[in-house]
Design a protein around this ligand. Structure first.
Ligand code: ATP
Length: 321
């Protein structure tokens, strides 16, 4: 295969640039032509496709966000628009596509492959760590560290005012960010979408902590659990401490990628090019037990998650006391 394209799609994640850089540099080193697609599938439909050289990926490894830009493109669910995108790729002789994004982006790539014969490789780029078939996604580690930084700051003020702070973090379907932040940041409570916990449990935990003389509580709440303000309202009826909510929101997406994310993205980007060079496609790249692995791309929605979140959740509860 001589010509490949790379795009970032779905929500941006720190480390996406490192992945794009690796794809471009490794492909160029192998004598391939590399094309960048701007604005994800939207740019593919609107023909925002350009040939990349080394200068396009120079100085981007430490930058958050994505230099290729990203966008949602609902039209891509319609085969008519996928045909337009396919034509734009084919007229340049592009045969392989690397998409960095979440499972929605993989679905788009899978359809493009099945309908128009492209070889596609998906790289997991999302802060939520919610992609099946990989232990870690590109961007998760950086985001976790951003949350930990905010937690430390919030703890200072929470202790000074003896408050309970509910800290809402990202994670619509997966509680990984909230749970890992609890484990790494010494959180005092955690609510995640995978495990239903009655508000009474949390209230009991907070009262117990205060009985022990603790001056503050930082409770991590994954956004998928529901409105943090509603949880605050319910909690206020059950505890006597002052409860405040903080929504970290889009701050979590930004920032220079961590060393871990850069290395992960770089190795995955290189692997994607190797796969395409060998004529392989229809796969996603993951990391499992510290090894790069591949799965059929549909594993992201048909497979089963390896991570036993309940075990870590129980550990977190023990440490929250
Ligand atoms: P994240 O959830 O982390 O933001 P994602 O890749 O899952 O990442 P989505 O918004 O679900 O994000 O998908 C990104 C893009 O992929 C969509 O805007 C759309 O262009 C395309 N896409 C998603 N689902 C499909 C689908 N079922 N068929 C075709 N294209 C799809």
């Amino acid at each position: 295969m001589k010509k490949i394209a790379v795009l970032t799609s779905g929500g941006d994640a720190p480390g996406m640039n490192a992945a794009v850089r690796a794809v471009a540099k490794v492909a160029l080193a192998k004598g391939m032509e590399v094309y960048g697609v701007r604005r994800g599938y939207l740019g593919m439909v609107h023909d925002e496709i350009f040939q990349m050289n080394g200068s396009h990926v120079s100085g981007i490894i430490d930058r958050g966000g994505t230099v290729l830009l990203t966008a949602r493109c609902l039209e891509f669910k319609d085969p008519k628009f996928r045909a337009i995108a396919a034509e734009n790729l084919k007229k340049r002789g592009i045969e392989g596509i690397v998409v960095v994004g979440g499972d929605g982006s993989y679905r788009g790539a899978d359809l493009l492959s099945k309908e128009h014969g492209f070889k596609v490789v998906g790289l997991p780029g999302t802060i939520d760590n919610d992609i099946i078939g990989t232990d870690y996604t590109i961007g998760f580690d950086t985001c976790l560290n951003t949350i930990l930084d905010a937690m430390s700051k919030l703890r200072d003020t929470a202790t000074s005012h003896e408050r309970t702070i509910l800290m809402e973090v990202m994670g619509r379907h997966a509680g990984d960010l909230a749970l890992h932040a609890t484990l790494a940041g010494g959180g005092d409570g955690v609510l995640i979408p995978e495990i239903e916990e009655p508000i009474e449990m949390l209230a009991y935990q907070i009262k117990e902590r205060r009985r022990q003389g603790k001056l503050h509580d930082i409770v991590l709440v994954a956004e998928g659990v529901g409105s943090v303000f509603e949880i605050e309202k319910q909690l206020k009826e059950k505890v006597t401490t002052e409860v405040r909510s903080v929504v970290l929101a889009h701050v979590q997406r930004g920032g220079t990628p961590s060393g871990f994310d850069r290395v992960l993205a770089t190795k995955m980007g290189a692997k994607a090019v190797e796969l395409l060079e060998a004529g392989e496609g229809g796969v996603m790249v993951g990391i499992e037990s510290n090894e790069l692995v591949t799965h059929p791309i549909s594993f992201a929605w048909e497979g089963k998650r390896k991570y036993d979140i309940r075990k870590d959740y129980e550990l977190a509860l023990t440490l929250c006391k």
